[in-house]
Design a protein around this ligand. Structure first.
Ligand SMILES: *Cc1c(COP(=O)(O)O)cnc(C)c1O
Length: 396
């Protein structure tokens, strides 16, 4: 999909300082070697199966299907993975790759703390040192995840620059990597950043669509009509789409966080409201103000409030191959409550954005049509926030 310079159409590539060039080149060379190495692939698939709990189930949501009265709905249960989300797929891949490269130390950025916890988990498992950079504001908001990372043996460092949130943590982690590349790998959390990260992260997450394909063919004897997933940076979505990109009959739908609405300033819907730019080492679409500065973004879902989108999604949007739709906080919260009641599955509020869009489109589709929704994570972490959104104050 990408050429050797890591371009996806006009997007992607490597917009980085000279000082980072050696690090990304070393990573690209190592990745090209190990991705086809039978030992590496076998070790990774053993970790996926025995540690993360793969393959994740493709579950027929019968009650939801009957209730909506249209297309047949299947849920790809990434919420059942160890640590409760799809992020483990990427971090196990990168941590193992780093180890093969002779690195002994992982660094990572985190916003809500989900990627930080996943990285700390992989570091504990593989016996690596780990430092996670986190905006100071986020550390206060996500104290429980800070505790988890420390419990897992990682160090959490506060980032005070900018708004003290995710985008500043990313910048700080790149800065730290520049200073120390000999023993350190930057375990980046989504399909973003300079080449080769968007390709590496996509390949590790592509296990999702490879399983959906196999499982769907086994149960239904055909491919789904629609595959949909929520989009922050876009890793669970590209992982869900990847093995269907060359099947034009399969509609691919990415659900972005519209926050309080795409006509307000409190949104994180990059495709709906953003414009072309260069940030964090890549060309893609970003939420920007009229001066081209990265705009503050907002969503009820901490995992979706990144101000950009991965370059491969930007290309799929340009080509019209995938559709990107905005989903508001209110719609996501309703879907969070709906899936909990209807199927006994509490989805992550991120994943609820995809569920919300399925609720909109399924009723108008014929009953012989099939929708797959990726449930990127479980929603236990969100219960207190959703209760608060509904005006109920519960203590965690
Ligand atoms: C981090 C996260 C996301 C958003 O990240 P992507 O890279 O867009 O997948 C979505 N869902 C869950 C549960 C997450 O933890």
């Amino acid at each position: 999909m990408s050429n050797s310079s890591g371009r996806f159409g006009i997007h992607g590539s490597q917009y980085i300082p000279e000082t980072l060039m050696n690090a990304v080149l070393e990573l690209e060379t190592a990745y090209n070697t190990f991705k086809n190495d039978p030992d590496f692939r076998e070790e990774l698939s053993r970790l996926f199966n025995e540690y993360a709990g793969r393959p994740s189930r493709l579950y027929f949501a019968k009650k939801m299907t009957l209730d909506l009265g249209g297309a047949k709905i299947y849920l790809k249960r990434e919420d059942l993975n160890h640590t409760g989300a799809h992020k483990i797929n990427n971090v196990l891949g990168q941590a193992l790759l780093a180890k093969k490269m002779g690195k002994t130390r992982l660094i990572a950025e985190t916003g809500a703390g989900q990627h930080g916890v996943a990285t700390a988990t992989a570091a504990a498992l593989l016996g690596m040192e780990c430092v996670v950079y986190m905006g100071r504001v986020d550390m206060e908001r996500q104290a429980l995840n800070v505790y988890r990372m420390r419990l897992l043996g990682s160090e959490v460092r506060a980032v005070d620059s900018g708004t003290g949130t995710l985008k500043d943590a990313v910048s700080e982690t790149f800065r730290e990597w520049t200073n120390r590349i000999d023993d350190t790998h930057y375990c980046l959390g989504s399909v973003m950043g300079p080449h080769p990260f968007p390709t590496i992260v996509r390949d590790f997450q592509a296990v999702i669509s490879s399983e959906i394909r196999e499982q769907m063919l086994a149960v239904e004897g055909r491919l789904p009509d629609v595959v949909m997933a929520c989009v922050g940076g876009g890793s669970n979505a590209i992982g869900s789409f990847y093995h269907f990109i060359n099947d034009p009959a399969v509609r691919l739908i990415g659900c972005e966080a519209a926050g309080r609405g795409i006509n307000t300033n409190e949104t994180a819907a990059t495709i709906s409201t953003g414009s072309l730019g260069i940030f964090h080492g890549m060309k893609s679409y970003f939420c920007q103000d009229s001066y081209g500065q990265i705009a503050p973004v907002y969503s009820i879902s901490a995992g979706l409030d990144y101000p950009g989108i991965g370059p491969e999604h930007a290309m799929l949007h340009d080509q019209g191959r995938a559709e990107y739709v905005p989903v508001t906080d209110e719609e996501a919260v309703q879907a969070f409550e709906y899936l909990s009641r209807m199927e006994g599955i509490i989805p992550a509020i991120e994943s609820a954005h995809a569920v919300a869009h399925a609720i909109k489109i399924a009723p108008a589709m014929d009953p012989d049509r099939i929708i797959v929704i990726t449930i990127s994570g479980r929603g236990d972490k969100d219960c207190a926030a959703i209760a608060r959104y509904r005006g109920e104050d519960i203590r965690e």
